[in-house]
Design a protein around this ligand. Structure first.
Ligand code: GDP
Ligand code: MG
Length: 715
């Protein structure tokens, strides 16, 4: 007999951790709400008749955000055979609020109190017998992380489903119960009996979706309205608040009976760490230092060893000469040798050269995430963001986007306010994602002696771009509105779980490698073709004897003028920028394919004793100018994201107009910042071009938009 068990609970209560243990699958476990934005299904490891569903975290069954709708629709519409309600034992009171609502659904339920390892360590005590008696269902203590009690919890859920035993519903005050009884009688008696209670309570709350779904006649609705209004005037409060308050009163009483804190008021180790880490003054400097360490270790130290080795030795001295030699031996045509060696291996190699530092970077980021530090950062950022009238929830998509922008943009679904969600979708792409990291790594290695500060700066430029854009956009009518408050449970710090950390690192690293094998190969071939053919003096293949400007050079030169004000008006840089729209790795890929170091002749040893390939790139693409390279980096980090991210924007916005608005905003913003950086950079280093005048105008415009009064501010 097949059976469906749904894991339901607040965000961050450990549902996905439990899901992974129960089903043996490898879902991403994040330390913040919104990681599971869609439901996931898996089969129970020891019994594949039992299907377990991991739902997005919810605080209530009155959904505000799209992912809460997913959870509610599943529970109400598809009605699993049993609910396994995961409750965070360290936040029992808040979690039980959802429990009282789940109990009304008329679906057999088992409560799993999770994080018991932490609860026990704090010396606290939960009286599960008392809870079970009050709620009328089994209560099991578990630790999803340590694997304690999980089999018992799953078995209990299976038994509950088989027995079909329902939980006690919470009894509201007399007046409310009276009205609910009326509603049940008048409006929902046609439904199966066990479902009537939930629908009646929702009708009492005037839940729009339920009213719509039941499709009640107008006269009946008016009749119901009288009942509700009666209670409201009696209690002098609105229906929704009455229900909320009564639920909380009930929970508070229950907590008094069931929860014994060992040392009320004493701080746990986790709390003590938080006093420092989330301190108002210290929090941001600590975050900056942490990120600097991350980039020093990954891009700086490891990058120093690996990027040079991968590019110069592995590909430059070993692979390319070896492949070239072999192809020539078997008598390959010269053009084919060049295509394989320069186009494909050159491009792919340049990207793969960054894999080691990428893996270290991802590893460090997932360590920070898994132990709980990144949730603290989100908490700190919330405080900062709200000061500027932005939603603190925007920071979670930004954190996710440091892996890849696509899930980052998707994570914006957790934001209730549609306007704030739009802003977040429009700006999350500014963050330095995995694919952009090689750009930073390359520029840092080629022109800044591998300085980790370049990478740290790039990271914070991304954050600053989001904040500045947010402030500017908030002052336009289309985005005005008060930011929604952001509540988030901070799970206690714990030692990182190797399996979790390695999984995330590998997933991110692997998708990077996969793209190098697909998109970058395709782009490498395209670049090679366009760069090997010329129209000059008749269409021909470029050889040493018959030269001429390649098609790519001609096309690149046509658009290069656009980037002259930004300081990188060379055709190679223009081509790299445009190709970056396909995939950001392709910026570095085209560096590899276009620079003369990718010339098979050089690799064959014909041109000897060159500098390292990286400094050649610095020369060819930027004329050796640090400022020019820096401006190039800023522009490529901030301008329109790759196709995949644009696709994600399109899905989340669900509108072509808004998608274009997002692309336009990002590209315009990138252009503005780059022109300011470059032209003022030139000025401060003792130079001057006429482009300084428009750059100054842009700067003034930006400052005006940033500091003008907000006409739509809500008090
Ligand atoms: P979800 O949002 O409900 O899916 O929660 P996750 O499964 O993503 O877990 C949130 C965080 O809580 C992660 O950092 C987990 O490692 C941590 N966590 C989950 N279960 C436990 C547990 O039993 N004990 C402790 N200490 N941490 C846990
Ligand atoms: Mg989850």
């Amino acid at each position: 007999m097949s059976m469906r068990i749904a894991l339901a609970g607040n965000p961050n209560s450990g549902k996905t951790t439990l899901f992974n243990v129960l089903t043996g699958s490898n879902q991403y476990v994040g330390n913040w709400p919104g990681v599971t934005v869609e439901k996931k299904e898996g089969k129970l490891k020891k019994n594949d008749e039992i299907i377990v569903t991991d739902l997005p975290g919810i605080y209530s069954l009155s959904p505000f955000t799209p992912e809460e709708v997913v959870a509610r629709n599943y529970l109400v519409g598809e009605r699993p055979d049993a609910i396994l309600n995961i409750v965070d034992g360290t936040n029992l009171e808040r979690n039980l609020y959802l429990t009282t609502q789940l109990a009304e659904l008329g679906i057999p339920m088992v409560i799993a109190i999770n994080m018991m390892d932490v609860v026990r360590k704090n010396g606290d005590n939960i009286n599960t017998d008392e809870l079970a008696k009050a709620l009328g269902c089994r209560v099991v203590e578990i630790s999803a992380l340590k694997g304690d009690g999980i089999i018992e919890a799953a078995d209990a859920a299976i038994e509950a489903a088989k027995a079909g035993q329902l939980t006690h519903r919470h009894i509201f005050s007399g007046a409310v119960e009276h009205a609910i009884a009326h509603l049940e009688e008048a409006a929902v008696h046609g439904l199966p009996e066990e479902q009537q209670r939930w629908y009646a309570v929702k009708l009492f709350e005037r839940d729009e979706k339920v009213i719509e779904q039941l499709n009640l006649p107008q006269t009946l609705l008016e009749h119901i309205e009288v009942d509700i209004a009666d209670v409201e005037s009696e209690k002098d409060d609105d229906a929704v608040s009455i229900i909320i308050n009564e639920r909380y009163d009930y929970i508070t009483a229950l907590m008094g009976r069931c929860y014994k804190k060992k040392n009320p008021g004493r701080l746990s180790v986790s709390d003590k760490i938080d006093l420092v880490v989330t301190n108002r003054i210290l929090a941001l400097p600590i975050f900056a230092v942490v990120m600097w360490l991350v980039y020093t270790l990954s891009i700086g130290t490891v990058g120093d060893w690996t990027v040079g080795f991968m590019n110069d030795t592995l590909f430059g001295e070993w692979i390319i000469p070896w492949v070239t030699g072999m192809l020539e031996q078997i008598g390959c045509a010269e053009w084919l040798v060049s295509l394989i060696a320069d186009g494909i291996i050159g491009g792919v190699g340049a990207v793969l050269g960054f894999v080691p530092q990428m893996l270290i970077l991802f590893l460090l980021l997932s360590l920070l995430e898994d132990c709980g530090y990144m949730s603290r950062v989100a908490f700190v950022m919330d405080r900062l963001f709200r000061k500027f009238g932005l939603s603190g929830k925007s920071f979670i998509p930004m954190l996710v986007a440091t892996g890849c922008g696509v899930p980052g943009i998707m994570a914006s679904r957790t934001i209730e306010s549609e306007r704030d969600r739009k802003i977040t979708v429009m700006t999350t792409g500014f963050m330095v994602c995995g694919a952009k990291t090689p750009i930073v790594g390359l520029i840092a290695a080629a022109l800044f002696d591998g300085g980790a500060w370049v990478a740290t700066l790039a990271y914070f430029v991304g954050i600053a771009a989001v904040v500045v854009s947010g402030i500017i956009l908030k002052k336009f009518k289309a985005f005005a509105g008060k930011p929604a408050p952001f509540v988030m449970e901070l799970p206690a710090y714990h030692a990182p779980i190797p399996a979790n950390v390695l999984r995330t690192t590998w997933e991110r690293g692997w998708s990077f490698i996969k793209r190098a094998g697909t998109v970058i190969v395709a782009a490498g071939i395209l670049i090679w073709v366009l760069n090997s053919l010329s129209f000059e003096g008749g269409f021909h293949y470029i050889t040493e004897e018959v030269g001429g400007a390649s098609i790519l050079e001609v096309l690149g030169s046509v658009i290069a003028f656009l980037f002259v004000p930004l300081g990188f008006g060379r055709w190679q840089a223009a081509v790299a920028t445009v190709l970056g729209l396909v995939a950001k790795e392709e910026v570095v890929g085209s560096f590899g394919a276009l620079s003369s170091m990718a010339d098979a002749d050089w690799a064959m040893g014909a041109v000897e004793s060159m500098d390292s390939s990286l400094s050649i790139i610095g020369q060819e693409f930027f004329g050796g100018s640090k400022l020019s390279a820096f401006s190039f980096m800023i522009f490529n980090l901030l301008c329109a994201p790759c196709f995949a991210a644009v696709g994600a924007i399109r899905r989340e916005m669900n509108s072509a107009k808004w998608t274009w608005a997002a692309i336009g905003w990002m590209t315009g913003f990138a252009y503005a910042i780059s022109i300011i950086v470059y032209q003022f950079g030139v000025l401060f280093t003792g130079g001057f071009t006429l482009w300084l005048i428009p750059a100054a105008a842009v700067l003034i415009g930006l400052l005006y938009l940033l500091f003008r009064k907000n006409k739509y501010e809500l008090k």
